[in-house]
Ligand binder design. Structure first.
Ligand code: DX5
Ligand code: ZN
Length: 216
């Protein structure tokens, strides 16, 4: 079964808890986009928001750290209530060291790859990882257009997962997901669809999430 991870970046933040409650019965996870204004041009929010919303939902928190120095903040995000902590492969740190740090706090470890980042960079760690997030837009903003060229990377990763016997590894795709691009992503083999504007711009969240999962 495909999982959906609504990205709260597209929520109306003046009523964040209502927004979360509007998707909670239909989805499996919540995608939390942390941006530092340095790794990406935009600034969003940090552990204060994660800690507050941890009190109102048991959804799995899929925390996407678009920050230059994840090493410094992993502990705080772990303690704030994250379940999966995902760092970017492009940061200037040892990937293995970051994975070990995330696991030290008992959290699932993910690595995210920008559209132009080669999969080879993370292949040695597939068995250490719980999740790989394939970016289908350049990170920084919601509402961008899906880049179909990343589907080849998803397909290669599906094969690599088998070769490396990393059977618990989940593949997430993030950026520009709507009912059509979701189908291409599902067909390519993704396990988790992160989606912001498609879900939160829709009045009927139940239907929007069902469409992402393949309802006709
Ligand atoms: C982009 C973020 C995405 C974004 C997705 O930098 O990482 O998670 O919120 O938004 P949509 O689905 O609108 O492209
Ligand atoms: Zn994201």
């Amino acid at each position: 079964m495909i999982k959906v991870s609504p990205s709260i970046l597209s929520c109306d933040f003046s009523k964040l808890s209502e927004e979360i409650k509007s998707v909670e019965p239909y989805c499996e996870m919540l995608h939390i986009d942390v941006m530092d204004g340095h790794f990406v041009p935009n600034i969003t929010f940090g552990t204060v928001v994660v800690r507050s919303i941890r009190k109102i939902t048991d959804l799995e928190f899929d925390v996407h750290l678009m920050i230059t120095n994840p090493e410094k903040y992993i502990e705080e995000f772990a303690k704030a209530g994250s379940d999966i902590i995902c760092v970017h492969a492009e940061v200037d740190h040892s990937i293995l060291k970051l994975i070990k740090l995330i696991k030290k706090y008992g959290k699932k470890a993910g690595v995210s790859l920008n559209p132009d980042t080669d999969l080879d960079l993370i292949l040695p760690y597939l068995r250490d990882l719980d999740m790989v997030m394939i970016m289908s837009v350049f990170p920084g903003f919601s509402g961008q257009n899906f880049m179909p060229k990343v589907l080849d990377k998803v397909k290669t990763l599906v094969k690599a997962r088998k070769i490396h016997k990393a059977k618990n590894l989940e593949i997430e795709i993030d950026g520009g997901i709507n009912k059509d691009t979701a189908k291409s992503a599902r067909d390519a083999g993704v396990d988790i669809l992160a989606a912001g504007s498609y879900i939160f711009k829709s009045k009927n969240r139940k239907k929007a999430i069902a469409m992402l999962k393949g309802a006709k």
